[in-house]
Design a protein around this ligand. Structure first.
Ligand SMILES: Nc1ncnc2c1ncn2[C@@H]1O[C@H](COP(=O)(O)OP(=O)(O)OP(=O)(O)O)[C@@H](O)[C@H]1O
Ligand SMILES: [Mg+2]
Length: 308
């Protein structure tokens, strides 16, 4: 199956404490439901190590691992979505901390902003993907709510927030990440990506690897989050999938941005950008810096005259 759902328009980036630079996500592409023949796995890639992805929407929404919650339950868990429970806000909507009695667990609840630019498709892809993908370095989706026009996602709560918070928005109560911790986070994120690329069949292209999507648990254990843009990768002798360019400015591989041809390597490029941020402590894009230093990759790349 080809999961070619995507988000809508530009993402508005608002954080509880500090606004981040606006990220760019292009307009909605229509979901493509491929013919049944394309759902087969050519090339006989049926390694027992691989997690098979044959998501059927009806099956996942009714029988998948994700639980279904009512809006009332989630409102009760977050004190009616009170500002005190707000953890942050991204393109999808606001994220609240809450406690769910039914699962006796602290959770993070992401509420789709109905006036926002991203929507139902990302919600659906997120539920489908995370119901099927399970790994210690991928965030755990506990469930969702699709009451009326409400769309909410319920995740395990990641107590240390995002890597971006630690690298770029350090508050006085946060200690600076030491080198070993940085490398542990980089290695864990790579394992999550490896699972998507090499252990899942067909492979999954994540398309949204960035510091704000690497969430941190106890001991700075990293987990990749936000699979709303994920797409099933090429199968058989195909080298890429063609799709509208989506992702976040600063993390998007140039060849994908130029051609719309998405490969697993597009994620590897984004991973490289994250690694540069981890090593340098600089943002991928920082418009407050001097001209020539605003784009981290351009700043760090040797001048073309020095490239053999
Ligand atoms: N499971 C979680 N546990 C704890 N905090 C979370 C969790 N999920 C999200 N957050 C917090 O909410 C913030 C907003 O997350 P969200 O994914 O909505 O936006 P983003 O990653 O900043 O941007 P984008 O929409 O582009 O992914 C994160 O930066 C993080 O601080
Ligand atoms: Mg995110």
């Amino acid at each position: 199956m080809d999961c070619c759902f995507s988000c809508l328009g530009e993402k508005k980036k608002k954080k509880k404490k500090k606004k981040k630079p606006q990220m760019v996500k292009p307009p909605l592409e229509k979901p493509q439901i491929p013919p049944a023949a394309e759902k087969a796995k050519p090339g006989g890639s049926s390694s027992s190590r691989q997690e098979s992805l044959e998501p059927k929407e009806e099956m996942v929404l009714s029988n998948g691992a994700a639980q279904i919650f009512t809006f009332r339950e989630l409102a009760a868990a977050t004190n009616n979505f009170s500002a005190d429970c707000l953890l942050g806000e991204g393109g999808f909507g606001r994220v609240y901390k809450g406690y769910l009695d039914s699962v006796s667990q602290v959770v993070a609840i992401k509420q789709l902003d109905r006036n926002g630019l991203q929507g139902n498709r990302e919600f659906l892809v997120e539920v489908l993907m995370l119901s099927l993908l399970h790994h210690p370095n991928l965030v755990n989706l506990i469930g969702y709510c699709a009451d009326g026009d409400q769309r909410l996602l319920v995740y395990e709560y990641m107590p240390l927030g995002s890597l971006e918070d630690h690298l770029h928005d350090p508050s006085p109560d946060k200690t600076r990440l030491d080198w070993n911790t940085r490398m542990t986070i980089a290695a864990g994120a790579a394992k999550g990506l490896e699972h998507l690329h090499d252990k899942t069949n067909p492979p999954v292209i994540y398309r949204d690897l960035k510091c704000s999507n690497i969430l941190l648990g106890e001991g700075y254990h990293p987990k990749l989050s936000d699979f709303g843009l994920a797409k099933l990768g090429p199968v058989g002798d195909k080298t890429h999938v063609s799709t509208r360019v989506m992702g976040t400015y600063g993390y998007c591989a140039p060849e994908y941005a130029m051609t719309g041809q998405l490969t697993l390597k597009s994620d590897v490029y984004s991973y490289g950008v994250v690694l540069l941020e981890i090593i340098t402590g600089r943002r991928a894009i920082d418009v407050t810096r001097a001209a020539g230093e605003q784009n981290l990759v351009a700043w760090i790349s040797p001048p073309s005259s020095e490239v053999a």
